[in-house]
Design a protein around this ligand. Structure first.
Ligand code: GDG
Length: 470
């Protein structure tokens, strides 16, 4: 491709360093290969800074130019904490009960998108292809178009899109969806999410279907589709065989030689179903006495968004559940749950996954979930562990040979964990082989190439199409 790729996301990371977090890892993998520019917030908050203003800095990181903008405290609190993580994140994860529809947030959300549009437009070259990521930046293309930008612009939503009536609970939902029509291509993680978009635009926005996955409304035409994100399988395999992961694997095997390990690795977030997972584990210990004093759950819950209230609540709930399980079931030489509220170095994760007989990935709702894929890649194909996966993770559409569970059903999940612990070697191998085939075929390069090829194929809108300001 001769055009330069410009990736835009809330946070940027140096692709030469290892990042924590699904989106950052995937985008770093993409940009390492294509080169280009990565634009976003610097992570810096300027106390007392003027709203809608922020200093732009650029720096070269290998083949990638990093361009970042600072945010004033007022903008950060309204755009990031308020609208993105206090409204869009909960509603898009089907948690209307946790949404804080404070009317002040949306102005900050727009202000930051306008700021980004202004700063970004000044850096764009005529043939650039712009790829915008995630819910923080839904109106970015509309703001760019309002400044006269005619570039090819794609959008990928990393989190789920809820059904139309749930989306409609957001004051100004029509404004948000209308903003998506400023993109040439809109990508979702799963067919389920794409289906919700299709139903929304036809029923709420009265968009006219013009072709497969293509609609016309608000004076523009948008193409949409499902592009499930994948893993850099090769890179994660290398990481699995690198010294740090091997050492971790050996240590865990030594330490837990008489136990069977279950592992969970998640950002501490209410969408990840952590309390439900712990209750299912407690149910396992209650219902299947043979698992007592053998099954040990290692749960990494890496700190995340601690300045959003709902996150402190889940932290307390988890601590109390772990305490009561360890108190009621533990013994002098056995602690059923090892709960670690810290970020573990990425290089060590594959060792932990590989030492674990069961991988527990049981979100209540998740766009994709890359931990499920990492767990599978890290397994020893000769003696692989079993993935217990929530049917409500986008990954469940692809990973049909995992043990799929309903995380709200504590008894059912406990029974699936028991099945995983007892699964004969031959069945474990068969399932793992089929799952690995799917992961290799649909890796991060397939995802990126597929999205960019589809974006390249979208028909350019006529130059000068009037774009009404939002
Ligand atoms: C969003 C969507 C979608 C976790 N704890 C530690 C750590 N991690 C890493 C994992 C994995 C990543 O973070 C988590 O990715 P997920 O995909 O599971 O979830 P989100 O962060 O919510 O990501 C999600 C994703 O975007 C990509 O599109 O799949 O649905 O919600 O890579 O390994 N990494 C390290 N230490 C930890 O303690 N180093």
């Amino acid at each position: 491709m001769s055009s330069r790729l410009v990736v835009v996301s809330n946070r940027v990371a140096d692709p030469r360093k290892t990042a924590a977090g699904g989106l950052a890892v995937a985008l770093a993998d993409v940009l390492k290969n294509t080169g280009g520019m990565w634009f976003g917030w610097s992570g810096k908050i300027v106390e007392g800074g003027a709203p809608g203003e922020g200093e732009l800095r650029t720096q070269q990181a290998g083949p990638v130019k990093l361009a970042t903008v600072d945010l004033s405290r007022e903008d950060h609190d309204a755009y990031y904490l308020g609208y993105s993580n206090g409204v869009l994140w909960p509603v898009f994860h089907y948690r209307l009960d946790l949404a804080d529809f404070d009317t002040g947030y949306i102005a900050g959300y727009r202000r930051v998108n306008q700021l980004f549009a202004r700063k970004l437009q000044a850096l764009l070259k005529p043939d650039d292809i712009v790829w915008v990521h995630d819910y923080h930046l839904i109106p970015l293309a509309a703001e760019l178009r309002a400044l006269g930008c005619n570039h090819r612009i794609g959008f990928f939503l990393h989190i789920p899109l809820p059904p139309p009536l749930m989306l409609a609970a957001i004051p100004g939902h029509d404004w948000l969806i209308r903003a998506l029509f400023a993109y040439d291509l809109v990508g979702f993680q799963s067919n389920a999410d794409f289906g919700h978009f299709a139903r929304y635009v036809e029923s709420e926005a009265h968009a006219v279907p013009v072709d497969e996955g293509r609609w016309r409304a608000f004076g523009r035409t948008v193409q949409a589709g499902a592009f499930p994100i994948g893993l850099d399988v090769e890179e994660f395999t290398l990481l699995t065989h690198a010294p740090e992961a091997r050492e971790m694997h050996e240590r865990m095997k030594r330490e837990y030689s008489r136990r069977r390990l279950l592992v969970g690795v998640d950002r501490l977030d209410y969408s990840k179903g952590l309390p439900q997972r712990l209750r299912a584990f407690r149910e396992l210990l209650t219902k299947f006495p043979e698992s007592r004093s053998t099954a040990t759950l290692v749960q990494i819950a890496s700190p995340s968004r601690e300045d959003v209230d709902a996150y402190t609540d889940i932290l307390h709930e988890l601590e109390s559940l772990c305490g009561s399980i360890n108190g009621n079931f533990g013994d002098l030489d056995w602690m059923p749950v090892r709960y670690i509220h810290r970020t573990v170095a990425r290089a060590r994760l594959p060792g932990l996954y590989r030492a674990s007989r069961v991988g527990l990935v049981t979100p209540l709702r998740d766009g994709m979930n890359l931990v499920a894929k990492e767990y599978l890649v890290a397994q020893n194909p000769e003696d692989p562990g079993v993935l217990v996966l929530s049917r409500f993770a986008g990954a469940a559409e692809q990973l049909r040979e995992a043990l799929l569970v309903n995380p709200y059903d504590v008894e059912g999940t406990a029974a699936a964990i028991q099945l995983a612990l007892a699964m004969p070697l031959e069945e474990r191998r068969e399932r793992h082989e089929l799952l690995m085939r799917a992961l290799r075929q649909h890796d991060v390069h397939w995802w990126c190439d597929g999205f960019l090829a589809a974006l390249g194929k979208t028909m350019a809108e006529e130059k000068g199409t009037p774009w009404l300001r939002l």
